[in-house]
Design a protein around this ligand. Structure first.
Ligand code: ADP
Length: 490
């Protein structure tokens, strides 16, 4: 099958969160299975060019119709750790992709709508006719609309579209001026409850809803979250739309790319290890302490790695940090937020704890440090308010770091409580708690820290059980191929 991924992120070249890991990991799995894959991305100035090989101009003059005019673009082609990627560079005065950061600008909707249009225009002009276009999140929600309402009449009749939602909270809600910019026009047609009209704001359009309505199949990233999005407030206003389209909606658990995330071969950690030489993990613990100037103490290291977003339960992360320090553990935090108020809170916390040798707070995005934290920590916390899938807990398992998680979304599908799960004892792999309050997280942390201190052999057993889990892309890759085949045959 010939599959084109179109997304705003791809690991490790342009990564903000799990979306990037999924685009890379799924593409690799599909390619291993003999499919032809290419990935179309924006060419950002802030991307990691050190992860792109043989970057060359592929299409020098791509003119993308936009507003009353056309915008000149150049399409580059390069290899990102073996994946063929096309990068769209726009020469517009709007400077769409040269912003120092990937997201967080008032014109984000325009930027990514332009990217969506440019990606299709590129496929058209390069005479590419993939069997499947797989697009992701609100940033590419207009692609199915543009394809079926516009590009199909220019000869792009072949591709079918799979649309994956990684985060329902960000939907790309926007004014109707996007219709004139993309040349879709016809506001009275598109601003309709059955098409793009936002379910809460009748004068606004919703790009994620557009993706749901117009795609051949929609997935979200775990079976539990598919249920939550349909039946609880976690659909953020789109539950009714999902209901109307439920025949083409399902949950597929994300996999983890064990080529990038495997302590046995990870070259970003000083000591490689497997389940059979677990002692080496504790060399990484020493290395982590040395790097972050934590003192050598007989204590577990508890970590948080991830975006500092309300979604991730920032108040509980903060509480967990103090709980750890007061109950015989050290704490390491790596994260950042586009929201200034959250960032400032954690900067203040960093200052407050500056002299505490049991704690380190690192604000920013740092792939290399993330790997060392997964390898060197004993436990990781994920007290999420909602969590579509979560990759952090899957990475932690592979690195022998026990996840302490809240029972939401993909965390329910992947982590099974050591004391209370209905799984067999030997299949349990972490700690879970239900309520999003201090008592909830404390109950789980207390049990985890207690086991580490009082029953080290049992703790080690739990670590090894977690490492034995296989959450690779193997199974989920097959699910996606089944979906692609199904929508192709319709
Ligand atoms: P989300 O997609 O909601 O951000 P996931 O758990 O699905 O959360 O994926 C998070 C991914 O991003 C993981 O690979 C994690 O290691 C990485 N990550 C998040 N924040 C940072 C950071 N500040 N530095 C390095 N890696 C990070």
């Amino acid at each position: 099958m010939y599959i084109t991924m179109i997304a705003s992120e791809c690991a490790p070249v342009s990564k903000v969160g799990g979306l990037a890991d999924v685009v890379y990991g799924l593409s690799r799995e599909l390619e291993i299975r003999g499919n032809e894959i290419e990935i179309i991305l924006p060419k950002y100035d802030c991307m990691r060019f050190d992860h792109v090989w043989d970057l060359n101009i592929f299409h020098k003059d791509l003119w993308v119709p936009w507003g009353n005019d056309a915008i000149h673009c150049t399409v580059w082609c390069g290899s990102v750790h073996g994946r063929k990627c096309y990068f769209i560079e726009s020469h517009s005065d709007d400077n769409f992709f040269n912003r120092d950061q990937y997201y967080g600008y008032p014109d984000d909707v325009m930027r990514f709508s332009f990217f969506s249009k440019a990606a299709l225009e590129f496929l058209l002009q390069a005479n590419k006719h993939p069997d499947i276009i797989h697009c992701h999140d609100w940033q590419t929600g207009l692609i199915p609309v543009l394809l079926y309402e516009n590009y199909t009449f220019q000869g792009m009749t072949h591709p079918r579209i799979c649309y994956t939602i990684h985060n329902f909270r960000y939907q790309g809600v926007t004014g109707i001026d996007i219709l004139s910019a993309t040349q879709l026009g016809k506001p009275e047609y598109y601003n309709h409850p059955d098409r793009l009209q936002d379910n809460a704001h009748p004068n606004a359009l919703n790009l994620m809803k557009a993706g749901i309505v117009y795609s051949n199949f929609i997935t979200t990233v775990s079976p539990r979250h598919a249920f939550e999005a349909r039946h609880t407030d976690q659909g953020y206003g789109l539950s009714d739309t999902l209901y109307a389209h439920q025949g083409k909606f399902g949950g597929v658990l994300n996999g983890l790319d064990y080529k990038l995330w495997n302590p046995e071969v990870d070259d970003l950690i000083p000591y490689n290890y497997t389940i059979s030489n677990l002692e080496q993990k504790y060399e990484n613990k020493n290395a982590l302490r040395d790097k972050l100037l934590l003192r050598q103490e007989f204590k577990p290291i508890i970590a948080y790695v991830g975006r500092l977003d309300v979604q991730k339960g920032v108040h509980l992360i903060r509480h967990g940090l103090f709980y750890a320090l007061e109950h015989g553990a050290q704490f390491v935090l790596l994260g950042s937020s586009p929201e200034a108020s959250i960032n400032n809170d954690f900067w203040n916390l960093k200052q407050e704890l500056n002299d505490n040798q049991d704690c380190h707070i690192e604000i920013g995005f740092n792939e290399e440090l993330a790997h060392l934290i997964y390898a060197g920590s004993d436990m990781i916390i994920m007290p999420s308010m909602y969590e579509p899938c979560g990759l952090t807990q899957l990475i932690a398992l592979k690195y022998g770091t026990v996840p302490i998680v809240r029972t939401v979304g993909g965390l329910v599908d992947t982590i099974f409580d050591r004391d209370y799960s209905d799984k067999p004892l030997t299949a349990r792999n972490g700690y879970v708690f239900h309520e999003a309050d201090y008592a909830g997280i404390e109950s789980a942390m207390q049990r985890a820290i207690g086991l580490w201190h009082s029953y080290p052999d049992q703790f080690r057993k739990l670590v090894m059980q977690g490492m034995q889990y296989n959450y690779s892309w193997h199974r989920s890759g097959q699910y996606y191929l089944d979906i692609y085949e199904m929508i192709q045959s319709k």
